[in-house]
Design a protein around this ligand. Structure first.
Ligand SMILES: Nc1ncnc2c1ncn2[C@@H]1O[C@H](COP(=O)(O)OP(=O)(O)OP(=O)(O)O)[C@@H](O)[C@H]1O
Ligand SMILES: [Mg+2]
Length: 214
């Protein structure tokens, strides 16, 4: 399965989720490839900061031909996670077309809700060529028990065809701290809240896909 973590808006948590999702899946025994499709090279920088042996491979492929190049490389892996680039539509389109499912991180903020429409438009455009392509929203940096936390879900549900995963990621300092050492939250605190919420996100994403295929 190829999971594209994409949002045309910058700074929403694409790299944070891509790295931690890849780590969680690798820790549960899957052969995982993380594709850095962002010219900023954040996932590659994460990998370079790492002193420990890698638990999954990371390659840089920030190219508008990603959808043509990736299938050949992806066949050696059970799961491929793409860390997408913000803003550049050409790269966003290629990453979306390369994906089976597009995971769209959204922060609980009106700006993120408004900006989500751009990524949804790219998904709908890609669905013309790839009808089985799915999109799902995941809330990132949630702060528990806030009105905006509930409003964001209602606003995103209005897109209709793109479900919102109930497994949200909360605002936690461990995400930034672990990244600085090229580590994932599951390695730093395997039984912590962050590791648990990422594992829940991964399992919901896979269950969703199975239901859609059935
Ligand atoms: N759940 C979270 N809790 C705390 N900090 C977070 C969380 N998610 C992301 N961050 C922090 O927010 C910043 C932006 O996150 P990240 O780099 O993952 O976003 P991005 O969408 O990949 O950005 P870009 O569009 O520039 O590629 C980083 O400093 C990251 O550590
Ligand atoms: Mg990024």
């Amino acid at each position: 399965m190829i999971i594209g973590v994409l949002n045309q808006k910058g700074g929403v948590g694409k790299t944070t989720i891509a790295v931690n999702l890849a780590a969680t899946l690798a820790k549960t025994g899957s052969r995982v490839l993380l594709v850095d499709a962002d010219p900023q090279g954040s996932a590659l920088a994460w990998s370079s900061a790492r002193a420990l042996a890698p638990i999954f491979s990371v390659v840089g492929m920030a190219k508008p031909t990603l959808h043509r190049d990736l299938p050949d490389i992806a066949k050696d892996y059970e799961v491929v996670v793409i860390d997408g680039a913000p803003r550049v539509n050409e790269l966003g389109r290629a990453a979306i077309l390369a994906s089976d499912v597009v995971l769209i991180p959204v922060q609980p903020s009106p700006y993120d809700i408004w900006a989500a429409a751009d990524t949804v438009a790219l998904i709908r455009e890609a669905q013309q060529f790839k009808p089985n392509l799915k999109g799902v929203f995941a809330i990132n940096r949630k702060i528990a028990n806030t009105a905006i936390g509930r409003d964001v879900v209602t606003a995103l549900e209005a897109f209709g065809d793109i479900p919102v995963l109930t497994a949200a990621l909360h605002q936690r300092v461990i995400y930034a701290e672990s990244a600085g050492q090229g580590l994932s939250v599951i390695e730093v605190a395997p039984h912590g809240d962050a590791a648990r919420e990422i594992a829940k996100l991964a399992s919901q994403l896979f269950n969703q896909q199975e239901r859609k295929v059935a």
